[in-house]
Write a protein of this length. Structure first.
Length: 265
């Protein structure tokens, strides 16, 4: 999807070097419809420049900072030198992600989807998400629940979720914690088993993978895989709390800790 409007001063944009002259570089902006910017020779690189072609080449993809926009004269002034390496890599990755999302939109709604329908769906998603890529990634993780506030019909939501789950590689993080469970009653072993079952939970969200394993009495490992650290940490603590509440209710004790006990190594 290309924007029909104009970039703003300070924006980072991706473009292809279209023409090189003695006074600067013309760049076709890949994210905008029919928009072309000029990077003056003084903004191509730091220091004195003898030959612009020593720094850029025609057809090269570059990341530039928008210095000034004059819609009246159809002019966009750019700077390549004002973009550091971290910004360049991050912007290129975002641009590639949006290209992926554009492809997913065509998979979901057909490569013959009209511009009007594409735009309507995209704009509805962008009300609740920073980008189309974010919308598809969230749909892959959380399913239809991620799109419940988006102004789309059920058929459109189903198409997005199905496409997302078939095509989006979801990032996951892993966190681990430990809980020591003790129960001095005669049926203590059974009570601990019940506490471990409580830790595993019955209503754990489908995007979370939670596993409880035996380490060495009285220590048990809780491992959680989730889409992000906050979700993972919350699920880990909740599992430990469930185990603790269960064993304490049966007359036992529980202690949660993040690292394995050194004595058990």
């Amino acid at each position: 999807m290309k924007y029909s409007g104009w970039p703003e001063s300070g924006d980072l944009v991706v473009g292809e070097v279209d023409e090189i002259t003695d006074f600067g570089v013309f760049v076709d902006l890949d994210e905008y419809e029919d928009k072309r910017g000029l990077c003056h020779i003084s903004e191509v690189a730091s220091g004195w420049i003898k030959n612009v072609r020593d720094h850029v080449r025609e057809g090269q993809t570059v990341v530039a900072k928008v210095l000034e926009v004059d819609e009246g004269s159809q002019q966009i002034d750019l700077s390549i030198k004002d973009v550091n390496e971290h910004q360049r890599k991050e912007k290129i990755q975002d641009w590639k992600n949006e290209q992926k999302a554009d492809n997913w939109m065509e998979i979901a709604f057909g490569d013959d989807v009209t511009d009007e329908r594409y735009g309507a769906i995209a704009n509805a998603l962008l009300v609740d998400f920073e980008s189309l890529y974010d919308a598809f990634e969230s749909a892959a993780i959380h399913g239809a629940d991620a799109l419940e506030d988006v102004d789309l019909d059920d058929e459109e939501i189903e198409a997005i979720v199905e496409t997302a789950r078939q095509n989006v590689s979801v990032p996951y993080v892993n966190v681990t914690g430990y809980v020591d469970l003790r129960c001095p009653t005669g049926d203590g072993v059974d009570r601990i088993k019940e506490a471990l079952q409580a830790a595993e939970g019955e209503d754990v969200p489908e995007e979370i993978d939670l596993e409880v394993t035996y380490v060495g009495a009285p220590e048990y490992r809780i491992r959680v895989q989730a889409p992000d650290y906050k979700t993972a940490e919350d699920a880990l603590e909740a599992a430990a709390d469930r185990a603790g509440d269960s064993i304490v209710a049966d007359g036992g004790t529980a202690e949660y800790h993040r690292e394995r006990r050194e004595d058990d190594e």
